[in-house]
Design a protein around this ligand. Structure first.
Ligand SMILES: NC(=O)c1ccc[n+]([C@@H]2O[C@H](COP(=O)([O-])OP(=O)(O)OC[C@H]3O[C@@H](n4cnc5c(N)ncnc54)[C@H](OP(=O)(O)O)[C@@H]3O)[C@@H](O)[C@H]2O)c1
Length: 397
């Protein structure tokens, strides 16, 4: 006999302390909180105070910090609560393997690849914000999701938009997908001005509130470059079917062009909770307390072609896709090193693309991935070469 009460959904959030993670917890609160959802595991890295607070507020079974040095602090913060505590790489895998039907993949960078893959392999539905999983290991990651039997639900606002307007039964008629880009804080800056920008100015995104690294990746358009590669894997597109258009208002989140000339778009205020809610409630639409578009106030939508001289990351994405093999993993590994060096003030803003391209050229012959070990090896080698170049550049400055 059943009680009649709706069954709670079990969820895990990898990267709950970040921008996507906290927005996900807000959506969960809006959709019923502990009455509707059960949290199997939450993970973070350095911010253990917030992680402990989230774990207590949600009644999570397990809280994991990726930073082993923070294990004792997390344990102390959760003493007496009955919440299990773990740390490090194995802890992240343990969180991903807990039996939750839905997993939000919101760790930043390649650090999220192993746990997200573990969740995909056991058949969880993956709400994917951590685009680096597809950039570094696209074919293997998609194959793991298919083998596991779960769904892959894009959370990146652009891909979520495409997912919403790409009609499965019309897939044969899709000609192109058009990713929109805000253009970031340097859309109208000259190359000379861009040479001297700092992390503090680069992180100030005009429309979206996001984590530090993705904000700077948006300013350099490396974020859009990663999204082009992400789109190729998510929607099975050829590189020449993936276009980027600068749209400064960030109201159209992306578009699909069909063979009859129709273009379908998804619009909304720039708020990640819409995409997160869609991925959490799919195939239903949730009722969310987010700002509604007011077209009268909006009055106009602008578009312009991206300038690949000032934003070479887009050209590098196409180059990586054309070269194939594990060039996208090389691009991502080298870019992550260059990004960290820029944040630390050891590398200039424009040098991030220069370092990335140099590493891509040095590793031009990488073959297709034979397995995850090959991906991690190539990622490691790209990082090693990038670090050498960064040290050389820093010494020469
Ligand atoms: N923010 C957005 O609006 C947005 C939109 C689309 C896609 N995305 C993508 O979503 C992912 C997350 O972005 P975000 O903006 O939410 O990033 P974020 O605010 O920097 O948060 C990253 C999360 O990952 C954790 N983390 C950091 N380093 C880690 C490591 N080495 N191992 C394990 N966990 C680690 C952080 O923990 P601590 O906070 O405890 O250090 C935090 O929970 C990225 O791949 C990004 O490209 C983000």
């Amino acid at each position: 006999m059943t009680s009649g009460a709706p069954e709670k959904r079990r969820l895990t959030i990898l990267g709950s302390t970040g921008s996507i993670g906290t927005n996900t917890l807000d959506v969960i609160r809006q959709l019923g909180g502990r009455d509707a959802f059960e949290i199997a595991a939450l993970t973070g890295n350095g911010n253990v105070a917030l992680l402990a607070e989230q774990a207590k507020a949600t009644g999570a079974e397990l809280a994991v910090t990726a930073d082993e040095g923070q294990y004792e602090n997390l344990k102390a913060a959760l003493a007496g609560t009955g919440i299990e505590v773990a740390a490090g790489r194995n802890g992240l895998i343990e969180a991903a393997q807990r039996d939750a039907g839905w997993v939000m993949a919101a760790i930043v960078g390649t650090a999220g690849l192993a746990p997200t893959l573990a969740a995909a392999r056991r058949g969880a539905d993956i709400a994917l914000a951590n685009k680096e999983c597809l950039v570094s290991a696209g074919d293997l990651f998609v194959a793991a999701v298919h083998a596991g039997g779960g769904k892959l639900l894009p959370v990146d606002s652009e891909h979520n938009a495409i997912y919403q307007v790409l009609e499965e039964h019309q897939r044969h008629a899709v000609e192109r997908i058009i990713l929109t880009a805000s253009g970031g804080p340097f859309r109208q800056s000259t190359l000379t001005e861009m040479r001297d920008v700092t992390a503090a100015t680069a992180r100030a995104h005009p429309n979206w509130s996001m984590g530090l690294k993705i904000s700077i990746d948006s300013a350099s358009m490396f974020n859009k470059a990663l999204e082009m590669i992400e789109a190729k894997h998510l929607f099975g597109m050829r590189p020449d079917q993936i276009e980027v258009i600068v749209h400064p208002q960030s109201v159209i989140h992306s578009m699909v062009g069909y063979s009859d000339g129709s273009v379908l778009a998804q619009l909304g205020c720039p708020d990640m909770r819409t995409a997160i809610g869609y991925a959490l409630s799919h195939p239903a639409r949730p009722a969310l307390n987010v700002e509604r578009l007011d077209f009268a106030k909006l009055s106009r939508l602008d578009f312009e072609a991206p300038d690949e001289e000032r934003f070479p990351a887009l050209r590098l994405a196409r180059l990586a896709m054309e070269r194939g093999g594990m060039q996208s993993a090389v691009l991502n590994g080298a870019k992550e090193v260059a990004l960290e060096a820029f944040i630390d003030g050891r590398l200039g803003f424009l040098q991030m693309a220069e370092v990335t391209e140099t590493v891509m050229d040095a590793m031009i012959a990488v073959p297709a991935a034979s397995g995850m070990d090959a991906v991690f090896a190539v990622d490691g080698e790209a990082r090693r070469i990038a670090k050498t170049i960064v040290e050389h550049e820093a010494a020469a400055a």
